[in-house]
Design a protein around this ligand. Structure first.
Ligand code: ADP
Ligand code: ADP
Length: 228
């Protein structure tokens, strides 16, 4: 499903943030990406949705090599990969419903299908009753639920999350994790960068530790492995 081979990324300032990464992720896996600040986790994650282009190597997702993908094809790729950010990145002038529907409107789904699918997705994240609210009227946890709904509304095979609980309190973080668990149980592959030691050590999944742009550790049901 996801295959990275000999992946390198050197930014224009000379910093090498990916320094020979090889990893294979099967369909349906749930993978945590951990490591110290500045180790290259975001770079690793951003290369998976072509926010960052590798300097060298191949990144194949569902048969498409992201390293060779033309910029004009990136929007098409993003339809098949859901992305969730630490700071939600919702459109604050649009309602909850519209934020989620927008992802379907750009791919020109039929209005009837959009309505059905948006409402069932909001129901899955427990926010159907907030469909008319604006993001600014919601708590951080609720905003993240909207962002998750948006990321899965087009039924992608993969959801990439970059510290999705980084701005949330512990109770809310567990609620958000339960939603990711449910999405994974329904068959979606999840790749999640996180600093949340409690969560990684409790909801056990594969753990990849990145240090100095390299994979320092890759364990089935691994531990967080750092102090905080
Ligand atoms: P690329 O090599 O992919 O073209 P750039 O080096 O042009 O990337 O950087 C992209 C943007 O990120 C630039 O605006 C750059 O100033 C900014 N940037 C530079 N250094 C850092 C850093 N250490 N962390 C995050 N962003 C940075
Ligand atoms: P992490 O997510 O583990 O904190 P990053 O991938 O953000 O690590 O950063 C890895 C290294 O690359 C750091 O030294 C960071 O400053 C640098 N870096 C990240 N983004 C950019 C950028 N756009 N331009 C230049 N340097 C960057």
């Amino acid at each position: 499903m996801i295959d990275m081979q000999d992946v390198y990324k050197t930014y224009s300032n000379g910093i090498t943030a990916a320094n020979g990464i090889n990893v294979h992720i099967d369909a349906g896996e749930f993978l945590y990406v951990v490591g110290p600040s500045g180790a290259g986790k975001s770079t690793f994650i951003k290369m998976m949705y072509r926010e960052v282009k590798p300097s060298k190597g191949s990144i194949i997702i569902n048969g498409v090599n992201l390293a060779k993908l033309k910029d004009s094809k990136v929007p098409l790729l993003r339809r098949n990969i859901g992305v969730v950010f630490q700071d939600f990145k919702l459109l604050n002038t649009l309602s909850v419903y519209e934020n989620v529907a927008f992802a379907m409107e750009v791919i020109e789904e039929s209005p009837q299908y959009i309505k059905k699918r948006v409402l069932e997705t909001l129901e899955l994240v427990g926010l159907k009753h907030k469909a008319r609210a604006l993001p600014t009227e919601l708590s951080g946890g609720e905003q993240q639920r909207v962002a998750i709904a948006r990321s899965i509304v087009n039924a992608p095979k993969v959801v990439i999350a970059d510290e999705p609980t980084g701005n949330l309190d512990p109770d809310t973080s567990w609620e958000i994790m339960n939603i990711f668990e449910e999405i994974n149980l329904r068959g979606t592959t999840i790749v999640m960068a996180t600093h949340n030691k409690e969560i990684v050590n409790t909801i056990k999944h594969r753990v990849i530790a990145i240090e100095n742009g390299r994979i320092a550790r890759d364990e089935v049901k691994g531990d967080y492995g750092y102090e905080s």
